[in-house]
Write a protein that binds this ligand. Structure first.
Ligand code: 5GP
Ligand code: MG
Length: 182
């Protein structure tokens, strides 16, 4: 595995995003809505990098896809979502790849009648966007490579790595199993 973004680089960038959110959402009823499971590490770091009052909510989005990373059917579980009515929601996910997950979560969130909705991700694979939406906040734009770490998994492993790493072809070939991209 090759390190693409180091622990230090992530930490600096997350602090900057936290400052930016703090400026833009001061005196606003902010709720950061983490998309399970990939956003949990970013969520924990980002909320501690903000200096304004905020609430945390969680939603689950999962798409099943093969090891060759073709997008699958998107399932959204909103049973964990607390009341978002009238709140300024920032949807937080680990990565914006095709963008289909973010579009699906946006639609689910609108049903709760929030005051506003924006999106934030750590990583954006800019060359893969398939939707008419771009993340409002992103940490890094990255090339079209399969990455793991800092919450991102491969077959549910590697989420704990403190850096973003690229899975080499050899690593990927070792597993042909179906992958749950929560
Ligand atoms: P999208 O719907 O934008 O195509 O995909 C978003 C989801 O796919 C992410 O939340 C993540 O779970 C998964 N995903 C997309 N690209 C990668 C990647 O390079 N590595 C990992 N681990 N997951 C990815
Ligand atoms: Mg995900």
């Amino acid at each position: 595995m090759r390190v693409l973004i180091s622990e230090n680089e992530i930490s600096e960038r997350v602090k900057t995003l936290g400052r930016q959110l703090s400026e833009e959402y001061s005196n606003r009823p902010l709720t950061i809505l983490g998309v399970l499971t990939g956003s949990v590490v970013l969520l924990a770091d980002l909320i501690r990098a903000t200096s304004v009052p905020l609430r945390v909510a969680l939603i689950q989005a999962a798409s099943y896809r093969g090891a060759e990373t073709t997008p699958g059917q998107l399932t959204i579980n909103q049973s964990l979502v607390s009341d978002l009515r009238g709140r300024d929601v920032v949807i937080l996910d680990d990565i914006f790849d095709t963008g289909n997950t973010m579009v699906g979560v946006y639609e689910a969130v609108r049903g709760f009648q929030p005051a506003s909705v924006r999106s934030a991700v750590l990583l954006w694979k800019t060359a893969r966007t398939e939707v008419d939406l771009e993340p409002d906040y992103f940490g890094f734009s990255i090339p079209d490579e399969f990455v793991v770490g800092y919450g991102l998994d491969f077959n549910d492993d590697y989420r704990h790595l403190p850096f973003i790493g690229v899975m080499e072809d050899e690593d990927l070939k070792r597993s042909g199993a179906k992958q749950n991209d929560c």
